[in-house]
Design a protein around this ligand. Structure first.
Ligand SMILES: [Zn+2]
Length: 370
């Protein structure tokens, strides 16, 4: 993920990275750095986020401290980041006194605009503690996070800002999770886009067979364990009730939906055989049956047993499995599989294909050309 994220976090300095003082920090000796908060930024930094500072330092314009003194203080803060494995790329400071009426003193936007011009394709978030930080961010049309250190709590009484955090480390935890969710979203989309084209073809073939089976008075039976049992019941619900179009019910049952049968079978026989007896009760009806099995690992013993039993009874079987080579494959007429090695992504892909299957079924039922 590193280098893919084009995001810059701009921090205000005093009150966010270090304790704010009434007359401003005038010497390195006065610096009280919130080092534990700064340390917490490492997990964000390691994901490829870049850090900048935008700070009002009017003490220079007022003649209270020299430019050299300001640079010395900033260098000390920069060093703390470096000691913790991070880098601040640049300090953008407004050194004008308020009466100079410059364009860069926050709440004016000069400092932020300067960074935006340098990095035109980046997203920005400004982290500050004051109302002027908030106004500068909003006027620059970038996101703003308010921290409760420095003037933060007082500012929050006035702003009631949604992105408010007790301190920088709380912000860091929030932002890290936000990036992880975004990473998962991108991975999810990428995996679905890259899924094998043969899956699409197999979905169409499955839908055709399901509609054909239903027209002949047949039954669609589904099964899976854990999250896959939810997929099995979900598909059965789509078939029994409807998908997007109004249509007649298709006969379907999930072998996971009767907890009495499941627990009795597991208790009296074994969990490996748990689906066999309920399934065989439908086979005895001597009607067309399609069995649809979900197993992300492809190695669930009760699913393999069931597939083997179905095969011996010449039942058409469809599979939704993951990336692993599976014993199940030899029993399947058509299968959906993916290349992800993460169960959660495989499950998301299965969900995507359940709905794809429903689209195809609705189409065949409506057009009558199955
Ligand atoms: Zn200025």
């Amino acid at each position: 993920m590193k280098n893919k994220l084009k995001t810059i976090i701009i921090f205000d300095r005093d009150g966010v990275l270090n304790k704010d003082l009434d007359k401003g920090v005038q010497d390195v000796a006065q610096l009280e750095i919130y080092e534990s908060h700064i340390k917490s930024l490492k997990k964000i930094y390691d994901l490829g986020i870049r850090f900048f500072i935008a700070s009002n330092q009017a003490n220079v314009g007022r003649g209270i401290i020299s430019m050299d003194k300001l640079n010395h203080i900033n260098s000390f803060i920069k060093k703390i980041f470096e000691e913790n494995g991070m880098s601040i790329e640049n300090f953008f400071c407004c050194t004008h006194a308020p009466e100079e009426n410059c364009d860069c003193r926050k709440p004016k936007t000069g400092l932020i605009e300067k960074i935006k011009v340098l990095y035109p394709n980046y997203d920005f978030i400004f982290v500050g503690d004051s109302i002027s930080d908030y106004e500068a961010a909003i006027k620059s049309n970038i996101q703003f996070a308010l921290v409760g250190t420095g003037k933060g709590r007082e500012s929050q009484k006035f702003l009631n800002h949604q992105l408010f955090f007790d301190d920088l480390s709380k912000f860091s935890n929030y932002y890290f999770l936000k990036l992880k969710i975004n990473e998962y979203r991108n991975k999810h989309i990428e995996e679905i886009i890259n899924t094998k084209k043969s899956n699409d073809e197999n979905i169409i073939k499955m839908a055709n067979k399901i509609v054909d089976c239903s027209k002949k008075g047949g039954l669609i039976i589904t099964a899976g364990n854990g999250g896959s049992s939810a997929h099995s019941e979900h598909l059965t619900a789509e078939l029994q009730i409807r998908f997007e179009n109004e249509r007649d019910s298709l006969a379907s049952i999930s072998l996971t939906s009767n907890s009495c049968s499941l627990t009795a079978g597991a208790n009296d026989y074994s969990y490996e055989d748990v689906f066999i007896k309920p399934f065989s009760s439908f086979v005895k009806l001597n009607i067309p049956i399609i069995l649809i099995l979900f197993s992300t690992s492809g190695s669930s013993k009760n699913i393999i047993q069931l597939a083997d039993f179905a095969s011996k009874n010449n039942i058409t079987t469809f599979l939704f499995i993951g990336s692993q080579k599976s014993k199940l494959q030899k029993y399947s007429d058509f299968s959906i599989n993916d290349s992800s090695n993460r169960t959660c992504i495989t499950q998301d892909i299965h969900q995507f294909y359940i709905h794809s299957l429903c689209i195809a079924i609705d189409h065949f039922l409506k057009s009558g050309d199955s």
